[in-house]
Ligand binder design. Structure first.
Ligand code: GLN
Length: 509
C-alpha cells in the first residue's frame, strides 16, 4: 500500500510498529502534493520545512527510546491560527499575517505528535459554499476539476479527497465541514457546539462556529475528534464535558435504533438522484435493524432565513476588528512594504496613506475585503441597526428557539435524523458565483443542526453523475458516539468511501 492511500489510523499503527518513519510518510505526502496541487489547488501554504523538522525530531526521539508519538501529517483550514505560520482566512486583508499563538486544536494535534503539512484554502472568512470566495484562488473538486469542492472548507475536503493529507480540520458555521465533505466524497463531522474549543479559530459567527474533522473514513473521524475535543479554559463557550473514547463507538450495532427523515429537508430542491442515494442509505440502515420513519421539523423550513440574519449580524461585529490598525493589510502603505504588526505586510494597495483615521478604516476595508464579506457586513449592520433590530435580529433569534424545540421534540421519539447533506452534487465552478441566493441554497440541509448547536456527520453514500453524494446524520447534543456508530455501521455495509477520484493528475481545464 502506498502511504498516501493509508488512513490516519493505519498510518499511526504503521509508525508505532516501526514499519515506517514519520519522515518517510511525510515525504510521500509532499510528493503527492507536488503531483496534484497544480490541478486541485487545495492549499494556501504548504509547511514542508516545519513538517520535515518535526518529523525528523520525532523519529530521532523514537529511536532514542522515547514514547512514540503518532506522526500523522494533517492540514488545517486557513482560519485556524498557527503560531508564526500564515493564517489568512482566505482573505487579502490578512495576507501574510502570522499569529503569535496557535489555536487549541493545533496545540492538541501537535501534542499527540501529528504533523502540520499546510493550511488549506477556504471562502473568505468562511463565508461561502464553494471556496470560490477565496481572495487567492478557487480550489477544484478532485472528482471533476471543473466543479467546486464545496465550501467554505473546500481546501480541506479537496486535500483529503486528493490524498494530499490523510486528514484535515475544517470549520462549520452553517455547513462548511459537511457540505464540502459531501461534494468531495469524504467524511465530515460537525461536533456539538462547545465540544471543540474555538480558541484560535478566527470568528465568523461565534454562536455557530465549530471546528471538526474531515477524513476518509469514520474510524479516522473518531480518532481526530478524540484528539481535539474537550474542555478548554481559553474558550468560555467550551462545554465542561469529558469526551468519551470515540474509538469505542465503532461497533456496527444499530439494531433497534429509530431514525426520522425530516420532510422539510427532503423536499423541493433535492435532486432526484441525491434523494435516491439517501433512500438507499436509509434502506441499508433499515436492513441493519434501524426503524426509519418520515418526521417533521416545521421550523426548518425557515432555517435559511434565520441563518442569513443571525450569521451576518455576528459577522458584522466580529469583522469590525479589521481596520488597518491591528492586523494584516493597511490601505495606502507602499506595496509589499509596511509592516503593520505581527509580521503582516500591506501588499494590495500602494500610494500615499489616507489623510485621516476614518479614511484609513474605509479604504482598508473596501480594498481588503471581497464582495461576499462586504455583503454580509452590510446585511449584518442593517439587521442590528436601531429600528430593525426587533424586526429582524430578535425575530430570527426567537425562530431559532422554535427550531431548537422542534429538534428536542423529534429526539423525544427518534435516536437520530437522516437527510441529504446537500440538495445537489458539486456544481461547476462559476455557475452560482453571481447568484448569492442559489449559493445559499447549498446549505439548506446543514443549517438547521448548526442553528440548534447539534452534532451532525456527512458520510459518502454513492454517486450521481459521477460525483459523490453525502448522507447527513444529525443527533441530540453530545451524541457524537451514536452518530459515529451509525456512520460506521453504514460504512461497513457499503464501499463508497473506498472509491477514488478518477481525474487526479489531469490539469485543470
Ligand atoms: N455557506 C454558509 C455561509 O456562507 C456556511 C458557511 C460556514 O459554515 N462557514 O455562511
Amino acid at each position: 500500500m502506498r502511504f498516501t492511500e493509508a488512513t490516519a489510523s493505519q498510518l499511526a499503527t504503521l509508525i508505532a510498529q516501526g514499519e515506517v518513519t514519520r519522515s518517510e510518510v511525510l515525504e510521500s505526502f509532499l510528493e503527492r502534493i507536488v503531483a496534484v496541487e497544480e490541478s486541485v489547488a487545495a492549499f494556501l501554504t504548504v509547511t514542508a520545512d516545519h513538517g520535515r523538522r518535526l518529523a525528523r525530531l520525532a523519529d530521532k526521539a523514537a529511536e532514542g527510546g522515547a514514547t512514540p508519538t503518532a506522526g500523522v501529517p494533517f492540514a488545517l483550514k486557513d482560519n485556524i491560527a498557527t503560531q508564526d505560520i500564515p493564517t489568512t482566512c482566505g482573505s487579502r486583508i490578512l495576507e501574510g499575517y502570522r499569529p503569535p499563538y496557535s489555536a487549541t486544536v493545533m496545540q492538541r494535534l501537535e501534542a499527540a505528535g501529528h504533523i502540520l503539512l499546510g493550511k488549506t484554502n477556504c471562502d473568505e472568512f468562511a463565508m461561502g459554499s464553494s471556496t470560490e470566495n477565496s481572495g487567492f484562488h478557487p480550489t477544484a473538486n478532485p472528482w471533476d476539476l471543473r466543479c467546486v469542492p464545496g465550501g467554505s472548507s473546500g481546501g480541506s475536503a479537496a486535500a483529503v479527497a486528493a490524498y494530499e493529507v490523510p486528514f484535515a480540520l475544517g470549520s462549520d458555521t452553517g455547513g462548511s465541514i459537511r457540505q464540502p465533505a459531501s461534494f468531495c466524497g469524504v467524511v465530515g463531522l460537525k461536533p456539538t457546539y462547545g465540544l471543540v474549543s474555538r480558541y484560535g479559530l478566527v470568528a465568523f459567527a461565534s454562536s455557530l462556529d465549530q471546528i471538526g474533522p474531515i477524513t476518509r473514513d469514520v474510524t479516522d473521524a473518531a480518532l481526530v475528534l478524540g484528539a481535539i475535543a474537550g474542555p478548554d479554559p481559553l474558550d468560555s463557550t467550551s462545554a465542561r464535558v469529558k469526551p468519551p473514547d470515540y474509538g469505542q463507538a465503532l461497533v456496527p450495532d444499530v439494531d433497534g435504533l429509530v431514525a426520522g427523515i425530516p420532510r422539510e429537508l427532503f423536499g423541493e430542491g433535492v435532486e432526484p438522484e441525491v434523494r435516491q442515494r439517501v433512500e438507499e442509505a436509509a434502506a441499508v440502515l433499515a436492513e441493519l435493524g434501524v426503524g426509519v420513519e418520515e418526521c417533521s421539523l416545521p421550523n426548518a423550513a425557515f432555517a435559511l432565513d434565520m441563518y442569513y440574519v443571525i450569521a451576518p449580524a455576528e459577522a458584522s461585529s466580529n469583522l469590525a476588528r479589521y481596520d488597518g490598525t491591528r492586523y494584516g493589510y493597511r490601505a495606502g502603505a507602499a506595496a509589499g512594504g509596511e509592516d503593520v504588526g505581527n509580521g503582516a505586510r500591506a501588499s494590495i494597495g500602494g500610494g500615499p496613506p489616507p489623510g485621516d483615521l476614518l479614511s484609513l478604516y474605509l479604504s482598508t476595508r473596501s480594498q481588503g475585503f471581497g464582495p461576499e464579506v462586504k455583503r454580509r457586513i452590510m446585511l449584518g449592520a442593517y439587521v442590528l441597526s436601531a429600528g430593525y433590530y426587533d424586526a429582524y435580529y430578535l425575530k430570527a433569534q426567537k425562530a431559532r428557539t422554535l427550531l431548537r424545540r422542534d429538534f428536542e421534540q423529534a429526539f423525544g421519539r427518534y435516536d437520530f435524523l437522516i437527510s441529504p447533506t446537500s440538495p445537489t452534487v458539486a456544481f461547476p465552478i462559476g455557475e452560482r458565483a453571481d447568484d448569492p441566493l442559489a449559493m445559499y441554497m447549498a446549505d439548506l440541509c446543514t443549517i438547521p443542526a448548526s442553528l440548534a448547536g447539534l452534532p451532525a456527520i456527512s458520510v459518502p453514500c454513492g454517486f450521481s453523475q459521477g460525483l459523490p453524494v453525502g448522507l447527513q446524520l444529525m443527533g441530540p447534543a453530545f451524541s457524537e458516539e451514536l452518530l459515529l456508530r451509525v456512520a460506521f455501521a453504514h460504512e461497513q455495509r457499503t464501499d463508497h468511501h473506498t472509491k477514488r477520484p478518477p481525474l487526479l493528475g489531469v490539469k485543470r481545464h
